[in-house]
Ligand binder design. Structure first.
Ligand SMILES: Cc1cc2nc3c(=O)[nH]c(=O)nc-3n(C[C@H](O)[C@H](O)[C@H](O)COP(=O)(O)OP(=O)(O)OC[C@H]3O[C@@H](n4cnc5c(N)ncnc54)[C@H](O)[C@@H]3O)c2cc1C
Length: 321
C-alpha cells in the first residue's frame, strides 16, 4: 500500500465503497448542525441518520429553550427543519446506521447496513440513549405500561395513574407533560431533593396532579400483560410496599452511544468520547459533537453548537491535509 505525504493511503476505493469528504454519524441537533456547516463549506457531507431520525430532541413534544422559536417548537418539527436547511446547501441524508468503523487509517472506513463509506473526515454525533432501571418486570412490560418517552406514550394514559422515576429536568419536564393526560403523576425520587432547574420544580410543585415520593426506588414492576403496580423501597427505613399504577415512565439519564468506537477512540470512565476544546478526538480527522461527548450540558443548543464547531474544525483539518 502506498502512502502520500499527507499520511493518507493512495488506496483506491473498492467497487461499492463510497468516498465522502465529511461523514456525519447521527441525525440529532449535533449531526444536522455539523452537516449544515460542512455543506456551506462545500464539503458535500453525508449524514447517517441511525434509527432515531432527529435524535432525542425529536421525541419531545415542545422545545421552549431553543432560540428563534419564541412560542416553542415541536421536537420532530425542529428535526425536519434541521434536515431541510442542511439539504438546501447540499448535505445528503441517508436513512442508514453505522455498524462497524475502522479509524486506524485514513480514509476512515464506515460500514452501514447498505454501504461502506471511505471518509476523509468523520464527525461522530451518535448521542445518548435512555438508561433503564434494570429491575424485574421492566423489560417484559416495555410497551405495555413501561415507557421512556412521555411524548410517544402519554396519550395512552388518559385518566390513568402513572409513576415517573427521576429527579432531573427530563423527569419533571416529562412528568408535567403527562399531567395533560393522566389523572395523577407520582414522581419517585431516590433523594429528598430534586436536581431539576428551579422553574421546573416550581411548576411541578404547583401542579395539583403531581405528587412526590421521596427517598424511594422502584425494585420491581408488577403486571402480566400490563403494568398493575410497582414495588417501592424506602431507602431511609428499608420498608417496601406495592404502589398501584397504570404506567411507569423512567427518566434517569442516558448512556452515550459509543460502543462502535470502543478501542478506537479515547472514552472517559462513563463511556463519553473525550474531545478537546475544538471537538477533536484522539484520532486526527475524527471529531465528536453533542451528547456523545457531553455528559454535562445535554441540550439541543449546546449539541448543535458542538456540531457546528466540529464541522468548522473538519474543514480546517481537510484544508491542511
Ligand atoms: C424527552 C427529552 C426531552 C428533552 N427536552 C429538551 C428541551 O426541551 N430542550 C433541550 O435543549 N434539550 C432537550 N432534551 C435534550 C436534547 O434532546 C439532547 O441534548 C439532544 O438531542 C442531543 O443531541 P445529539 O445530536 O448530541 O444526540 P441525539 O439527539 O441523541 O441524536 C443521536 C443521533 O445519532 C444517531 N445514531 C446513534 N447511533 C448511530 C449509528 N450507529 N449510526 C448512525 N446514527 C446513529 C441516532 O439515530 C440519532 O439520530 C431532551 C431530551 C429528551 C430525551
Amino acid at each position: 500500500m502506498d502512502f502520500n505525504l499527507t499520511g493518507m493511503t493512495n488506496e483506491q476505493p473498492a467497487s461499492g465503497e463510497k468516498p465522502v469528504k465529511v461523514l456525519v454519524i447521527g441525525s440529532g441537533p449535533a449531526g444536522f448542525a455539523a452537516a449544515l456547516y460542512a455543506a456551506r463549506a462545500n464539503l458535500d457531507p453525508l449524514v447517517l441518520t441511525g434509527l432515531e431520525f432527529g435524535g432525542q430532541a425529536s421525541l419531545t413534544f415542545a422545545i421552549e429553550n431553543y432560540p428563534g422559536f419564541p412560542d416553542g417548537v415541536g421536537g420532530s418539527e425542529l428535526a425536519q427543519l434541521f434536515q431541510k436547511q442542511a439539504e438546501k446547501f447540499g448535505a445528503q441524508v441517508e436513512f442508514d446506521t453505522a455498524v462497524e468503523v475502522d479509524l486506524s487509517r485514513r480514509p476512515f472506513r464506515v460500514k452501514t447496513y447498505n454501504a461502506t463509506y471511505l471518509a476523509d473526515s468523520l464527525i461522530v454525533s451518535t448521542g445518548a440513549a435512555s438508561r433503564h432501571l434494570d429491575v424485574p418486570g421492566e423489560k417484559e412490560l416495555i410497551g405495555r405500561g413501561v415507557s421512556y418517552c412521555a411524548t410517544c406514550d402519554g396519550w395512552f394514559f388518559r385518566e390513568k395513574d402513572v409513576v415517573v422515576v427521576g429527579g432531573g429536568d427530563s423527569a419533571l419536564e416529562e412528568g408535567l407533560f403527562l399531567t395533560r393526560y393522566a389523572k395523577s403523576v407520582t414522581i419517585v425520587h431516590r433523594r429528598d431533593q430534586l436536581r431539576a432547574g428551579a422553574v421546573l420544580q416550581e411548576r411541578a410543585e404547583a401542579n395539583p396532579k403531581v405528587k412526590f415520593i421521596w427517598n424511594a426506588v422502584v425494585t420491581e414492576v408488577i403486571g402480566k400483560d400490563a403494568v398493575k403496580a410497582v414495588c417501592l423501597k424506602d431507602l431511609t427505613i428499608g420498608k417496601t410496599w406495592e404502589h398501584p399504577t397504570d404506567g411507569l415512565f423512567v427518566f434517569i439519564g442516558h448512556t452515550p452511544n459509543t460502543q462502535l468506537f470502543r478501542g478506537q477512540l479515547d472514552l472517559d470512565d462513563k463511556g463519553y468520547i473525550k474531545v478537546d476544546s475544538l471537538q477533536r478526538t484522539n484520532v486526527p480527522g475524527v471529531f465528536a459533537a453533542g451528547e456523545v461527548a457531553d455528559p454535562h450540558f445535554r441540550q439541543v443548543i449546546t449539541s448543535a453548537g458542538m456540531g457546528a464547531a466540529a464541522a468548522m474544525e473538519a474543514n480546517h483539518f481537510l484544508d491542511n491535509h
